[in-house]
Design a protein around this ligand. Structure first.
Ligand SMILES: Cc1ncc(COP(=O)(O)O)c(C=O)c1O
Length: 480
């Protein structure tokens, strides 16, 4: 098949533009869940795999059908997961990367991508107050100075940071396995990737010591000291303490400042899981939420949550490059060079060997409209969530357990039932109606409906419509 590349890309661009406009203007459903067998037939997967696309028209037919079977994030009623609506032009770095394929873990394989990564890491260090007197164009990794790398997602970033923490307290683990006395302290509501990382590292899930939380699942700092003393008395070694910034389910922040003080006093590695909430650093209004974050030894920060970067792109940042350098104690003769190379390689410090041009799409998300636009976006979503709380709290049919600190809110519709099962049924019926996409989660073992507001076209009017939709569906369910 011969296709004209530029024309095909332009045609795909037009289809995408229509897709976005139809979604924003609510001319489509938010999500239309069809079974995979049906989608596979529509996309002619078998035929196209065997024979390939027949023509440009065939490619466009695939794209159109593909988009028809997607979750329409641009729809103002999309308020489901912590996956943002990217800027309309956010796909351009992905198009470039997908066309030229320059992975950015080895500088010589992708000099421009690696440079964008180094630059954006320096920008992040600056936001943390960790850039010191260095310039954004100072790309050297140096012992005794903060550093960071980009990696494919928060789960991989947590594993990377915890590997570094283990190397710090138990340097021999890499070669000989773990001693049995290592434990990790943190909130019971830590993201599941934390426990998964501990199991992957061979420490076992049971090495996690959950610190009691309050009714909103925020760590009770008064419990840190007694639990720590007990662990020490039992002969345990605390590998690190982990703070939620913020918690995945509630969007609420642990008391980072106080936890940081505790770690400083007891010389414990302090890991801040800022996958969602570290982005508050970008906002003058909201950075108070992460007060004390600079006390972290390691920190993760997802750009593909609050900074409108298409998935995936996460930074894992260390207070001292020595921790980043110590995480993985391996050498591969064909990839890990010494100082004679131009530029900087990040490959020695990541789980991935080959990695996408992550820094480019991170830079791009800011460059499209400038830094202020991302700050305004973050503030807008946080304010919108507060407005939603103010509306819900006045309605006795709803139970809302807390005032949101970010753009995530859990609530229940209690007119007919407070039961978990009713909330679950309600949520499924809402998404089956295709008009709204929301999620649900458990808080302290109790099921809630949940919204994550990170769609720039969602406004208070849409949230009022959601309330009407919930009431309508609950009525039908209750009268069945
Ligand atoms: C607090 C927290 N940590 C880690 C993760 C995992 O991030 P990712 O989905 O990028 O792997 C999430 C995802 O929701 C999260 O909320």
């Amino acid at each position: 098949m011969k296709v004209k590349t530029q024309k095909t890309i332009a045609d795909v661009g037009r289809i995408l533009e229509n897709h976005i406009n139809d979604s924003v203007n609510k001319k489509t459903s938010t999500l239309n869940q069809r079974v995979p067998e049906l989608i596979a037939k529509k996309l002619k997967l078998k035929e196209r795999l065997k024979l390939g696309f027949k023509s440009s028209e065939d490619i466009l037919d695939f794209v159109t059908n593909y988009l028809d079977n997607t979750n329409h994030l641009n729809h103002p009623h999309y308020m489901g997961h912590q996956v943002p609506v990217p800027h309309d032009l956010a796909g351009i770095p992905e198009l470039i990367h997908g066309t030229i394929n320059n992975p950015s873990s080895l500088y010589e394989m992708g000099p421009a991508g690696s440079t964008c990564e180094g630059f954006m890491i320096n920008w992040m260090l600056d936001k943390l107050g960790w850039l010191e007197d260095r310039d954004y164009y100072d790309f050297k990794f140096e012992m005794g100075h903060p550093s960071g790398v980009l990696t494919h997602g928060g789960s991989v970033a947590n594993l990377t940071a915890l590997t570094a923490a283990r190397s710090s307290i138990s340097p021999d683990s890499w070669n000989y396995g773990n001693p049995s006395d290592l434990v990790v302290m943190g909130s019971a509501s830590a993201h599941y990737s934390i426990l998964r990382s501990l199991s992957i590292l061979g420490l076992g899930k049971k090495s996690f010591v959950p610190i009691p939380v309050d009714e909103n699942e925020i760590i009770d700092v008064s419990k840190l000291e007694p639990i720590y003393k007990k662990l020490i008395a039992q002969g345990k070694k605390v590998m690190c303490l982990i703070a939620n910034a913020c918690a995945t389910s509630t969007g609420l922040f642990d008391p980072i400042d106080l936890m940081g003080d505790f770690c400083e006093k007891n010389n414990i590695w302090f890991h801040v899981d800022g996958a969602h909430g570290a982005a508050a650093l970008v906002s003058n209004k909201n950075k108070k939420l992460v007060k004390g974050i600079e006390k972290a030894t390691s920190l993760i920060w997802d750009a593909h949550k609050m900074m409108r970067v298409p998935a995936l792109c996460t930074a894992v940042i260390f207070k001292d490059f020595k921790y980043q350098a110590g995480a993985f104690q391996q050498k591969g003769s064909y990839v890990f060079h010494n100082n004679e190379v131009v530029g900087m390689d990040s490959m020695a410090y990541t789980i991935e060997c080959t990695k996408s041009a992550l820094g480019t799409k991170l830079f791009w998300a800011f460059a499209i409209e400038g830094e202020k636009a991302i700050e305004c976006f973050i503030d807008y979503t946080f304010d919108l969530c507060n407005n939603f709380y103010d509306i819900l709290i006045k309605d006795s049919d709803f139970e809302v357990p807390y005032r949101p600190q970010s753009n995530i809110l859990c609530f229940k519709y209690i007119k007919f039932s407070k039961e978990d099962e009713f909330q679950l049924k309600l949520r499924y019926q809402i998404i089956n109606n295709k008009y709204f996409y929301i999620t649900s989660c458990e808080m302290n073992g109790i099921r809630y409906l949940r919204v994550v507001l990170l769609n720039p076209s969602t406004n208070v009017g849409h949230l009022k419509e959601l309330i009407i939709e919930i009431k309508k569906i609950a009525n039908i369910l209750a009268n069945k």
